[in-house]
Design a protein around this ligand. Sequence first.
Ligand SMILES: Nc1ncnc2c1ncn2[C@@H]1O[C@H](COP(=O)(O)OP(=O)(O)O)[C@@H](O)[C@H]1O
Ligand SMILES: [Mg+2]
Length: 240
Amino acid sequence: MDKQRTCIEVNAVSKRFGNTVALKNLSFKIPYGEKFALLGPNGAGKSTTLKLLVGFLNPDLGEVTIGGVTPSSVAARSIMGYLPEDASPYHVLSVRENLEYVGTLRQIENVKETTDSLLDFFDLREYEKAKVGKLSRGTTQKLALALAIIHKPKVLLLDEPLNYLDIPTQEKVITLLTSLSVTSLVSTHIMSVASRLTKNVIMLAKGAVLWEGSIDALKKLGAAEEPIESIVARMMIGAQ
Ligand SMILES: Nc1ncnc2c1ncn2[C@@H]1O[C@H](COP(=O)(O)OP(=O)(O)O)[C@@H](O)[C@H]1O
Ligand SMILES: [Mg+2]
């Protein structure tokens, strides 16, 4: 692939926590404008990969770049939106205060108008004055998603974005995420979510790429009519 077309690059990255090897010589590339799902069982290394891409962790070995520059640079940070696993917005601020504060830090224009439209989109109006510490997990997740996209990022890194959301909100978020013209990497352990959000999959197991390709190619690995979940489960069990 032409290097100029690469937006997200993970090159021979290893990362361990004490004796736990989280990532083992991991490499992949995501071109500009493409949406990828990062799939894998619990402990496969999905969240660690996203934390490296957002610059919250550094690799022990290897290199991570966003648009050719290091993730912790201002250039990379300003174009990225990140939803952490179990995201925790400022607990002592209200929903509106979180949006206005982060919107201001992100130097967006029209902070109030953007806040209003996000409150409407995520059905958060009734909670706008509520402190985050008092919200349900699902409502907190909606706010965290709104905070991740408030500055219209060009690169979106989302760690299990549909966690805690009810079905109607999941549908809304899927529609939103598929409509955004961004480069994105979305982690999930649920295949049906991956297949609706993206056409491309990077499957991790034990901190390395187990398989990479399109969802169509993945379906072709199974028997006719075999559900995609069963194909993925078979591949993951084979990797254990
Ligand atoms: N801060 C940490 N300290 C110790 N071990 C960690 C830490 N973060 C992740 N790990 C370990 O690294 C491995 C990969 O974790 P993670 O990236 O969270 O996987 P996933 O998101 O795919 O479930 C797991 O074995 C996990 O226990
Ligand atoms: Mg995780």
